[in-house]
Design a protein around this ligand. Structure first.
Ligand code: 8PZ
Length: 536
């Protein structure tokens, strides 16, 4: 992470694969992906090898005769092969849908029913079975694709892939109770990558650790930053990220120079392995996103890594990200809130007040609206949700231009920088994962005998937020239900990070004097573990 690196800064291609593979064509022997297996073995895939894998997978995909523009579910962690596959999908004119191997079957089936993919791909050790017959299935590995059930061959309409076609769709928590598919086009993601690469955050010498899973767009940012700069990606297996010693071992063995991850990846490491963290001699850069970094933890990290360049990256899946801001190291004691900076080159953040007027004065709150060439195309098959997120440009509504209404509140400082001030709605971030409390509440309400349910994200003494659910059951069900059953019910339908840690079975939900659910009283109930309530 030097100041003026000779960065290739992305290729000229208009499609994801061309843009990301181009910069390294002059250094085919450079490492593109560096992986660390459990036994401490390091495997390096060079750019030339990655290119060969992409060619092979693209040829295998082509041979299946899937229609251009069809969707492919990629159920995998981040590896050299899954990375090659997403580039191969781009090459073959197919949109990939990354999903976690931990996704409950019910949720995957709901995504499949919505997105109607032609193909489902998983690694040789993938455990997914029982997908509808309409979906082809295959495994990917060193010998290419092994087809289990051939996808339906559709009469090709000879459509030419276009840069406005979807490159990928990421399914995220949705208020209506079904996951929302954020559709990103090649043009949008490349516009974002160009803005990001202009910051010159990486050089070809960097090895950038991706600690976020492939289905979280933060991982796609890391891939874009690394490949777009001719650097190497170090995908950290999800099973290791939560274990400080393993995480630090991978970082040490792979010679990681940057680590990308949500703030919570540092919590346990700071507490249990500060010396090992301080001893990582190649680490120069830390990039975080997804939520505010608790300042005491950030200051501890800075004390251990006084030489590290720490970057606060802000944005939503609907535009991947939109601003980067380097955190002063050390952070002055007077700082109470981190700046999220200003939008990337070529994009602009605006604040809009409750009356729809653009907020011009520093210090006054407004909702962030993003004008950018990197905006998503819409939510898959959900025009109503799309209309409420992509709204007329408040600066010139007549123009027909749409901007992203983020749902994030912010104020601007005197020098134009933005400071994040929470949400306008009930979306929360749990360890960097986006959760709509409304979606969790809908699931809780489906529990047999549930008559009312409220979900909250409550601050924990050790830092971070945790989900708590308050459920009222009929007297009959209440008498025979244990809170753990409600939790298991949620775990069957929701990803692990959306499953509430604490479940309280109550006789009724407390209300305020104007009849609303009294969330303060519920938080107090949770804090006190009051008699008559039953945390699981
Ligand atoms: C934040 C911040 C922040 C997001 N401070 N709140 C990917 C790659 C780089 C940067 C950002 C991304 C995002 N796409 C990651 C992400 O969290 N996406 S999300 O759609 O799941 O959630 C977006 C929301 O998270 C934002 O609208 C904010 O509310 C919050 N958020 N970054 C404070 N740096």
């Amino acid at each position: 992470m030097s100041q003026q690196p000779p960065v290739p800064a992305g290729g000229g291609g208009e499609f994801l694969h061309a843009f990301l593979l181009d910069p390294a064509r002059h250094s085919p022997g450079a490492p593109a992906v560096i992986e660390s297996a459990r036994a401490g073995r390091i495997t390096t895939t060079t750019y030339a090898e990655l290119g060969t894998l992409v060619d092979r997978y693209a040829a295998d995909l082509d041979a299946l005769g899937i229609e251009t523009g069809a969707r492919v579910v990629l159920e995998s962690g981040a590896t050299a092969h899954s990375l090659a596959l997403l580039l191969a999908c781009s090459r073959a004119g197919l949109a990939f849908i990354p999903v976690s191997p931990e996704i409950p079957q019910q949720r995957l089936l709901s995504i499949v029913a919505t997105a109607r993919p032609a193909l489902h791909l998983q690694p040789p050790d993938g455990a997914r079975t029982d997908l509808p017959d309409s979906v082809g299935t295959a495994r990917f590995g060193p010998t290419g694709l092994t087809v289990e059930r051939a996808p339906e061959r559709r009469t090709p309409r000879r459509r030419v892939p276009c840069a406005t076609d979807p490159a990928y769709i990421i399914f995220t928590s949705g208020t209506t109770g079904r996951p929302k598919g954020v559709v990103m086009s090649h043009r949008a993601v490349i516009a974002f990558y160009r803005g990001m690469l202009a910051h010159r955050i990486a050089t070809p010498e960097d090895r950038i650790a991706a600690t976020s899973p492939l289905h979280f767009d933060f991982c796609l940012l890391t891939i874009g930053l690394a490949l777009g700069s001719g650097a190497g990606v170090v995908p950290v297996p999800q099973g290791l990220v939560r274990w400080p010693r393993h995480l630090l071992r991978v970082l040490r063995e792979t010679g990681a120079t940057q680590v990308h991850g949500v703030p919570s990846i540092w919590r346990q490491t700071l507490r249990h392995e500060p010396e090992r963290l301080a001893a990582l001699d190649r680490l120069r850069g830390i990039l975080f996103c997804g939520e505010e970094f608790p300042l005491p933890e950030l200051r501890s990290l800075q004390r251990l890594r006084p030489d590290a360049r720490i970057i606060n990256c802000y944005g939503a899946t609907e535009s991947m990200a939109c601003s980067f801001k380097e955190v002063p190291n050390p952070l002055p004691d007077t700082v109470e809130r981190l700046s999220i900076g200003i939008a990337h080159p070529g994009a602009e953040m605006l604040l809009v007040d409750g009356d729809g007027a653009v907020v011009e004065k520093p210090g006054l709150p407004g909702e962030i609206h993003l004008r950018s060439p990197a905006l998503f195309s819409g939510y898959w098959d959900d025009p109503a949700a799309t209309r409420s997120a992509l709204v007329p440009d408040p600066l010139c509504p007549q123009s027909g231009q749409l901007v992203l209404r983020t749902g994030d509140l912010a104020v601007q400082g005197a020098n134009g920088e933005f400071f994040f001030h929470g949400r306008t709605d009930s979306q929360v971030q749990i360890n960097g994962n986006r959760v709509e409390l409304g979606e969790l509440e809908r699931q809780l309400a489906e529990f047999p005998g549930a008559t009312a349910a409220t979900a909250m994200a409550l601050p924990q003494p050790e830092g971070g937020l945790q989900l708590a659910a308050f459920v009222v059951l009929t007297a009959e069900e209440g008498a025979r239900t244990a809170p753990a059953e409600v939790r298991a019910f949620c775990a069957r339908a929701l990803p692990p990070y959306m499953v509430p840690q604490d479940i309280y079975l109550l006789d009724r939900l407390p209300t305020t004097t104007n009849g609303k659910v009294d969330r303060a009283a519920l938080a107090e109930t949770a804090g006190a573990g009051r008699p008559g309530t039953a945390p699981a």
